[in-house]
Design a protein around this ligand. Structure first.
Ligand code: HEM
Length: 469
């Protein structure tokens, strides 16, 4: 099977989809002896439901994934059991706080108004082509850092400065995919020799630490000097308080706890929204009728007066736009696959037997492209499929739409991600026409995040502002 995989490595997600559709959603892949590449790949919703929800305790993140993602330390993505429960409970309780919603709204709009719009205006005025994916990555980086650490790294400034920590995320994503593919001994040797992708990963880790530790020390000092007032909702202070109240804490290690917590949240918040927005604008450019319907919806629902900001309440009215973003995530789920290793022997609903030696790959990319779930038009971009007859968003169980994962580890930032993406998308659609630069080939990159390979080159044309009726 390996020659087929190598031949199709440049289109690995579509290749896996072709194979999975032929094999009713599950295939056992046999690599060369000693390469440790044997795995079971599945996109069968019943298997996904079983692994992520029904038999959740048998499929932890586990030691192997912790080794691959060692850069994330003891952050929420990387841990199981008690530490995971503590991280998850704390983050959920902070994100559902009403003051967090206000902070999120203010922060998102500020980054749009003071960071994103001036840059886009400059590109539109100069009629210069630029990489929209890069701009979205900078936007989400600045927004999440401001939200978590109350600090603006200004990667989204005129001249697009090089901010090492911001770019380090891309390098880390590519290197981590290689760790998934290469045998462990091989990447460990590269790490020891500090060569290839492992060298990039070491540099990325240095960039993260050099950025995060000083930010954390500064914030702790502010906390100690009480320059942060109690009535100001502050995520940093809230995490410190939660950690200090936790029974299992190691108080000598709070800096490391905060570093891991924030790095994981930055990973969660930066690439997911920026990648989805990039695919969304590519799909819109290919489907002008959908774009026209979104503009119509913005015009009919928002009635924004001059100098009025977009807010959460207003974006909730944009149901068709919400459907278009779900449709984007169906076709291009940012996290296109998940890897699992069972703790104990198990039989999957498809009848396949798995053991503690079986590597299981869940292909979320394929789930979104299965005729048996989405119908004959499954490859078409149709936001309408998400809208009910009564005009609300249709609920689809997460094992059939796993873009936000499923079961107890369902994404915590789903609502937050939609608010941010809808505010950015509506602002851009209202103000500009996004035109693709001709001649570029658009395909997913080889990264653990389904970014657009080589970015998305576009030009902007200013629109006359939409008049409120
Ligand atoms: C388009 C936007 C987003 C998508 C598609 C998305 C997708 C996902 C997926 C697939 C997972 C499971 C990852 C895994 O277990 O390996 C996840 C988990 C998570 N997401 Fe999101 N996410 C998005 C936005 C966000 C945002 C904005 C945040 C907030 C910072 C966030 C916070 C988290 C957290 C904390 C987890 C870990 C949950 C756990 O393990 O218990 N996500 N997300």
């Amino acid at each position: 099977m390996l020659p087929g995989l190598i031949q199709n490595a440049y289109r690995v997600h579509d290749f896996a989809t072709d194979v999975l559709i032929e094999t009713m959603g599950t295939i056992e892949f046999h690599g060369p002896v000693l390469a440790n590449l044997n795995m079971l790949i599945t996109s069968d919703p019943a298997n996904i439901h079983h692994i992520l929800s029904r038999n959740f305790s048998n499929y932890p993140k586990g030691l192997e994934l912790r080794k691959i993602f060692d850069i994330l330390g003891n952050g929420i993505f990387n841990v199981d059991s008690e530490l995971w429960e503590f991280q998850r409970k704390t983050t959920i309780s902070l994100m559902t706080n009403a003051k967090f919603q206000t902070l999120l709204e203010r922060n998102t709009w500020d980054t749009i108004e003071k960071g994103l719009l001036p840059i886009l205006d400059a590109f539109a005025r100069q009629d210069t082509p630029f990489d929209l994916q890069d701009i979205f990555q900078r936007y989400s980086f600045d927004a999440i850092i401001k939200l978590l650490l109350d600090h603006n790294p200004r990667s989204l400034s005129i001249g697009l400065p090089h901010v090492p920590c911001e770019k380090a995320f891309n390098d880390a994503m590519y290197a981590l995919l290689y760790r998934h593919i290469l045998p462990e001994g091989c990447w460990k040797m590269q790490k020891w020799l500090q060569i290839g992708k492992e060298k990039k990963l070491i540099q990325a880790q240095e960039a993260f630490d050099q950025f995060l530790y000083p930010c954390i020390s500064r914030k702790r000092e502010e906390l100690m000097n009480q320059t942060i007032k109690d009535e100001d909702f502050n995520l940093f202070a809230a995490y410190v308080k939660a950690y200090n109240q936790w029974n299992n804490r190691d108080s000598s290690n709070i800096q490391k706890f905060l570093r891991d917590t924030f790095l994981n949240l930055i990973f969660a918040g930066r690439d997911t929204t920026s990648t989805t927005l990039t695919w969304f604008f590519w799909l819109l450019a290919k489907n002008p009728l959908v774009e026209a319907r979104i503009r119509e919806e913005i015009q009919q629902q928002l009635h924004l007066k001059e100098d009025e900001n977009l807010n959460t309440e207003k974006t909730r009215k944009l149901v068709y736009l919400h459907g278009a973003l779900c449709e984007t995530l169906r076709l291009f789920p940012t996290l296109s696959l998940q890897r699992k290793i069972p703790l104990e022997y198990d039989i999957l609903p498809s009848g396949h037997r798995v053991s503690p030696n079986t590597r299981i790959v869940l292909s979320f990319y394929t789930v979104g492209r299965m005729e048996t779930i989405w119908g004959k038009d499954c490859l078409e971009f149709k936001p309408e499929r998400w809208i009910t007859e009564r005009g609300s968003i249709k609920h689809v169980p997460s094992f059939k739409f796993p873009a936000f994962n499923a079961g107890p580890r369902l994404c915590i930032g789903k609502e937050m991600g939609f608010i941010q993406m809808k505010m950015v998308a509506a602002t851009i659609i209202q103000n500009y026409q996004v035109q693709l630069v001709e001649g570029q080939i658009i395909s997913p990159s080889s990264s653990i995040i389904l970014q657009v390979k080589n970015g998305l080159k576009v030009r902007l044309v200013n629109r006359v502002p939409v008049q409120s009726s």
